[in-house]
Design a protein around this ligand. Structure first.
Ligand SMILES: Nc1ncnc2c1ncn2[C@@H]1O[C@H](COP(=O)(O)OP(=O)(O)OP(=O)(O)O)[C@@H](O)[C@H]1O
Ligand SMILES: [Mg+2]
Length: 271
């Protein structure tokens, strides 16, 4: 049997549940309600892989890079240990991504929230928008453009898209099934290890809004807050992980100030 390359989830004891880890080149969706630490878990994977010399891109569609980094610092990440570049100007996106080639061990955050805000406040002024990165509010296209740049120039190993829900809320998809299919198939063809965050809500209570995302991704990890006797526990489970013998049991998720841990049958209160 050919052993496939995997990366860790960097959640103690959870790689066993994943059947060994997250296979490289897979698209994995982290799905959960607000505040279930979706962004932190994906950032944690990127951070640890970058410490090992990999290159990663975090595309934040709504949350500003400042707010994202504040959260990571408050969790205790030593962000001075990795080389971080924030791209928050439309003119710099392609140039900034191209620089990834020169440096190993680098995290690039594409702050689309701030870019959108700048462009909106500059409306009416004669602002030159980069010819290379014609920015629009069509987020599917924007993410595709970024992904194309990364692929053509072989610029990175890992990518996080935070979040699919933000893409949907900003872009009216005319033909969702086709557009989403194309986005995921494109990501898969790139061969990048990709993480896609998706928000769970009452309106969007399954793993997908359009009913196809869960079939198009290779792996799904569910994060939830569960109430028992007035205590709320963070929980994590693998819904699916293609080509892995995964364990679908629900684990308690803990963050001890240094690392995430998956506990079995624990009754740990909310951190
Ligand atoms: N030590 C800590 N420092 C900061 N936040 C913490 C800590 N421990 C737990 N948290 C929780 O992390 C959560 C935020 O994490 P994160 O932003 O990763 O979640 P998210 O699921 O991405 O949220 P959102 O739905 O807003 O995008 C908050 O609910 C916060 O209470
Ligand atoms: Mg988040």
């Amino acid at each position: 049997m050919v052993k496939q390359d995997v990366i860790g989830s960097y959640i103690e004891s959870f790689d066993t549940a994943l059947g060994g880890g997250i296979p490289t080149g897979h698209i994995t969706m982290f799905y959960g309600t607000a505040g279930t630490m979706k962004s932190s878990i994906c950032f944690n994977i990127l951070y640890n892989e970058i410490l090992k010399g990999k290159r990663g891109v975090y595309i934040s569609i709504e949350q500003s890079s400042l707010s994202l980094l504040k959260q990571m610092v408050s969790l205790g990440f030593d962000i001075s240990k990795i080389n971080i570049e924030v791209l928050n100007d439309a003119d710099d996106v392609i140039k900034g991504l191209s620089k990834l080639k020169e440096s190993e061990a680098k995290l690039t955050i594409v702050d689309l929230g701030t870019i959108r805000k700048h462009l909106r406040s500059n409306k009416g002024t004669k602002r030159k928008v980069s010819n290379e990165f014609e920015f629009s509010d069509d987020m599917v296209n924007t993410v595709l453009k970024i992904a194309k740049t990364l692929a053509e120039k072989d610029l990175c190993d890992l990518i996080v898209i935070d979040s699919l829900t933000a893409i949907y809320s900003l872009t009216e998809l005319k033909d969702p099934r086709n557009e989403i299919f194309y986005l995921f198939e494109f990501l898969r063809d790139l061969g990048l290890t990709s993480f896609v965050i998706s928000e769970e809500s009452e309106l969007n209570s399954r793993y997908s809004k359009f009913g196809i995302e869960s079939y198009l991704v290779d792996g799904i990890v569910h994060l939830q807050l569960t109430e028992r006797n007035r205590k709320v526990t963070r929980e994590i489970s693998v819904v699916k992980m293609r080509s892995s013998a995964c364990n679908n049991d629900i684990f308690t998720l803990e963050y001890d100030g240094k690392k995430f841990k998956a506990l079995y049958g624990g009754k740990t209160p909310l951190v």
